[in-house]
Ligand binder design. Sequence first.
Ligand SMILES: [Zn+2]
Length: 322
Amino acid sequence: MPDVLSAPLVVEFPFTRSLGPVQSAFLTGLRERVVLGVRTTDDRTLVPPVEYDPVTAEEIRDLVEVTPTGTVTTWAWNHAPRRGQPLTTPFAWVLVRLDGADTALLHALDAPGPDAVRTGMRVRVRWAEERTGAITDIACFEPYDGEAGEPGATGKSVPAGGHSGVFGDPITGIVAPARLDYTYSPGRAQSAYIEALSARRTVGERCPSCRKVYVPPRGACPTCGVATAEQVEVGPRGTVTTFCIVNIKAKNLDIEVPYVYAHIALDGADLALHARIGGIPYDQVRMGLRVAPVWTEGARYPDHYRPTGEPDAAYETYKELL
Ligand SMILES: [Zn+2]
């Protein structure tokens, strides 16, 4: 059995969201070093604020300022901060109930070590020097043994639903970068497929039941549900079964548009793989076109497929693969 491959993989995209009136007020307030909560009809103050009462589902809009000091209600030590977390040195994740609030806010506490953190300890907000209207405007919390701060320290009162008049341009949307760092393992079957590709061979696996050959192999037959193991070399030539013309230039991809992306059934395979077609004007690519891989130096995959010059394959020979 070949070794199972693995490699680091990063999935990353910016997530743009609009805020709505309450989150807008909260983040706009942070920019001005003011923490806003929202008051429910039974006089609880929720920080961070929400738009609907979590108990009654009632819409709530009554913004109220709370103080930047509070009490740790629970915590966990973070030994190894990761990229994008609030602090680069080890810190405590804490839930802090700010003075005047009835709920707790999750954030980081800058402390020298876990021995310096306890439930019930007093903390205060450390503001970021540059604030943009984001939760990171609170750089972190820090231990604090002084008196409770005074709400309204800025000298501004907050009219319900009218924060924009107090704080200037409201923050109406944020871009939250989402990033997932993980180790991807393609599993036994695809590892063997990738290993073979490094020798410019394309190897699929045959189902012991229906005898179909899957390329790339998935380790099991999607029709019969049984494990596949018998390796079968296919190609290198194949037939275009279907295709699309790509008109959008992808970021970081040095390919002139328009170009053709096709499903290609390699000879001997019962599953079409997909690849770019080159060496032919995009508007002359057609179903049944016979193609062969073009490798570039050092690449692990064919760069693209080009026409072989053979007569087109008859529709009957690939119609089951569409
Ligand atoms: Zn099968």
